[in-house]
Design a protein around this ligand. Structure first.
Ligand SMILES: [Zn+2]
Length: 79
């Protein structure tokens, strides 16, 4: 038996990279378009800022949550 060590931490996380790290998306509350935005984990695990929708130019309050596994969740609210 050979001893194989996984270099990646295995904590029940699935080895799929559905979305590129550092990117997430939200749906604009005003026009319904899906907007892809960069997510910067160094800004904290909970972020909130206002960004104008690039499609309809209306401001959205963007909420970003990053869990301990690095999965980000982003949603928008009308300002
Ligand atoms: Zn919009």
């Amino acid at each position: 038996m050979s001893r194989k060590r996984n270099r990646r931490a295995s904590g029940g996380r699935q080895a799929s990279d559905a979305s590129a790290a550092g990117e997430s998306s939200y749906v604009c509350d005003a026009c319904g378009e899906q907007i892809v935005i960069p997510v910067d984990p160094s800004q904290g695990s909970e972020q909130e800022y206002v960004e104008d929708c690039p499609v309809c130019c209306r401001p959205n309050v963007i909420h970003v949550e990053i869990d301990e596994e690095g999965e980000s969740r982003v949603w928008a609210e009308r300002e």
